[in-house]
Design a protein around this ligand. Structure first.
Ligand code: TXA
Ligand code: MG
Length: 331
């Protein structure tokens, strides 16, 4: 795999042209978005999409997000564009919001895993936008990691998981948000929150003028639980446990000789037995930006166990709490 450094705010035209050539030829390009790095392919080419599934080791029933340059391009993939979609797109695009709508006839079944709906996002990252403008077609892109593993917020994370499996990686430095987009299903009556993200539920509800439903409600069609909806996802290799501060110490195994135990901590306290403590930001946005990198780091240190001090149970922490719960889930 080739890695090209690209300026994150003013991408070099020659590098974008090289990446576009790979995509036009049906190849795979990992590229930065404002949320996490994506693994891109031509969203209208079923064979190219198939290569994404093969590289990730992703089950065929998980649909992929189509990235578009603007609302017009997004509407081109939709059979209908409800008022809810128009209002949310107007307010939050370009940005970390994915909308699920009924798909147009020409959208490949391979993209949507056979569903009648398609997930669409208009990213704000200048590199992603330059690439979309250059190719002129929507780019299918899940997060650029192996199935169920940690999402990548840096190019080093992408290389760790996918190095020999993709053609090109555009490295534009660390991702700004650090967790995946908020996914909202507007394919039925009303709107349902499928995956919490940086755009909080309160902000969505304010635009919609109504509270959001949950998966299965208000949807035209519900997929089998996909990535981000399966309970175990976004997981480090280490076993991960989330608990209130006072209970963390009790979770370190008694016979702890020589074992590496990591921790993501919010306070000053370092529970006994923790060998690799990481102090996390107390602001939820900063915490989200740091989360996957912290877990990647503790995996690299070969920690067997990662203890996570439970963040506050407030709406500002919903996306972080969601990712932690999935990372902690034992199958
Ligand atoms: O921030 C992001 O969304 C990143 C960057 C690269 O854009 N992408 C990402 O893709 O996280 P992925 O494939 O890892 O997650 C896509 C999410 C999953 O939860 C999937 O189930 C859902 O979107 N999804 C995709 N198509 C859908 C559909 N037709 N109906 C319901 N959910 C869908
Ligand atoms: Mg993913």
């Amino acid at each position: 795999m080739k890695v090209l450094q690209v300026n994150s705010s003013h991408p070099d035209a020659a590098i974008i042209a090289a990446a576009a050539a790979v995509l036009r030829a049906g190849g795979l390009v990992a590229f930065p978005t404002e949320t996490v790095y994506g693994l891109g392919a031509n969203a209208l080419d079923p064979d190219a999409i198939e290569r994404i599934y093969a590289a990730k080791g992703r089950p065929a029933y998980n649909p992929v997000i189509a990235h578009c340059l603007d609302v017009e391009a997004a509407r081109g993939l939709a059979a209908e564009w409800p008022r809810t979609a128009a209002d949310l797109a107007e307010r939050f695009w370009p940005g970390p919001l994915t909308l699920v709508v009924r798909k147009a006839g020409h959208v490949p079944d391979r993209l949507t895993a056979g569903l009648g709906t398609v997930a669409i996002r208009v990213p704000s990252h200048p590199v992603a936008r330059a690439l979309l403008a250059e190719v002129g077609f929507p780019i299918a892109a899940p997060s650029a990691n192996r199935f169920a593993e940690l999402s990548p917020t840096t190019s080093a994370h992408v290389q760790k998981g996918l190095a020999d499996r993709i053609d090109l990686l555009l490295d534009a430095g660390p991702a700004a948000y650090g967790i995946e987009s908020t996914v909202v299903d507007v394919s039925g009556a009303g709107a349902a929150l499928l995956r919490p993200g940086s755009i909080g539920e309160d902000a969505l509800a304010e635009v919609l003028g109504a509270p959001l439903g949950r998966p299965g409600e208000h949807a035209a069609e519900t997929p089998r639980p996909g990535p981000g909806m399966t309970a175990r996802h976004y997981s480090p290799r280490a076993k991960l446990l989330v608990a209130p501060t006072s209970e963390l110490g009790g979770l370190v195994p008694d016979a702890n000789e020589g074992r590496k135990v990591g921790a993501l901590l919010l306070g000053e306290e370092r529970p006994a037995g923790v060998t690799h403590p990481l102090r996390m930001p107390s602001d939820p946005t900063d915490y989200a930006r740091r989360l996957y990198a912290a877990l990647h780091d503790l995996d690299d240190e070969e920690c067997e166990l990662i203890l996570v001090e439970e963040p506050p149970r407030t709406s500002a922490w919903e996306a972080v709490r969601d990712r932690l719960a999935r990372a902690a889930h034992q199958e």
